[in-house]
Design a protein around this ligand. Structure first.
Ligand SMILES: [Ca+2]
Ligand SMILES: [Ca+2]
Length: 244
């Protein structure tokens, strides 16, 4: 006897969290502060502040960075090159997805200062600015010196919760790798963070209750109808006639 078949249009359009750019937005939502161990003040263009790495200064519309000598980069002060750090603060803790880096990218007619770029960098993060966890030590690629320099270092933040993130050079006097070779200065042109959107059903790690047949994180009539639509059917490979 043919079993009755129950039909219902069920939604299987699952979504997952998306990476969202955390904009520079002091006083609002997103990144609200950038501080550093020090900054250099140029006689002709003024202070090279840490916020120039996050406020879009020097960024082209196509998300590349310029190489001109303008207040568009951060440079640690002379004497702080081997111990410098830069710290970023958000308005609240976010599940960070990735860090995008545009290293120090200054060129001029007779040469460049690309060797000022941060190289060996310890990345730590915190929710209270007191207790920090280490994400790891990474090598930041050297900038290209082009006026349309595209991001060439991406660090996976693995969804860790952070309100503060610090990038600190790692100095080894025997084999200095804290920057790309400049003996006096270390700098950075731009960074960006992305965060994961708020958790949604379907994200990796989602817990599904027994009976949540359509895996939408609710047990309701849709699951019951799905169950009934297969009532007394079978898929026993040892009994191909069982569904008749
Ligand atoms: Ca910049
Ligand atoms: Ca369900």
């Amino acid at each position: 006897m043919k079993k009755p078949v129950y039909l219902l249009l069920l939604s299987f359009a699952f979504s997952t969290s998306q990476a969202v750019y955390l904009e520079w937005n002091p006083g609002g939502e997103g990144m609200i502060a950038a501080t550093a161990s020090s900054y250099f003040t140029s006689a002709n263009i003024g202070a090279l502040l840490p916020e120039y790495t996050v406020n879009g200064a020097g960024m082209n519309p196509d998300d590349t960075h310029q190489c001109t000598w303008q207040p568009i980069h951060w440079v640690a002060d002379n004497g702080d090159s081997q111990s410098c750090w830069i710290k970023f603060e958000f308005d609240k803790a976010y599940r960070l997805a990735a860090l995008y880096v545009w290293n120090y990218n200054h060129t001029f007619s007779s040469g460049n200062e690309l060797d000022r770029g941060m190289r060996k960098v310890r990345i730590t993060y915190s929710q209270d600015d007191v207790n920090y966890s280490e994400l790891g030590v990474y090598e930041f690629a050297q900038a290209t010196g082009e006026n349309n320099y595209a991001c060439n270092t991406v660090v996976d933040f693995e969804g860790n919760n952070a309100k503060y993130v610090t990038l600190a050079v790692v100095y080894d006097p025997v084999n200095p790798m804290h920057n790309w070779g400049d003996p006096s200065y270390t700098g950075l042109s731009e960074i960006r963070f992305t965060r994961l959107s708020d958790p949604v059903c379907g994200d990796p790690g989602t817990v599904y209750l027994a009976g949540d047949l359509n895996k939408n994180c609710y047990i309701d009539l849709e699951d019951l109808v799905l169950l009934l639509s297969n009532w007394l059917k079978c898929s026993d490979p040892a009994n191909i006639e069982c569904d008749l």
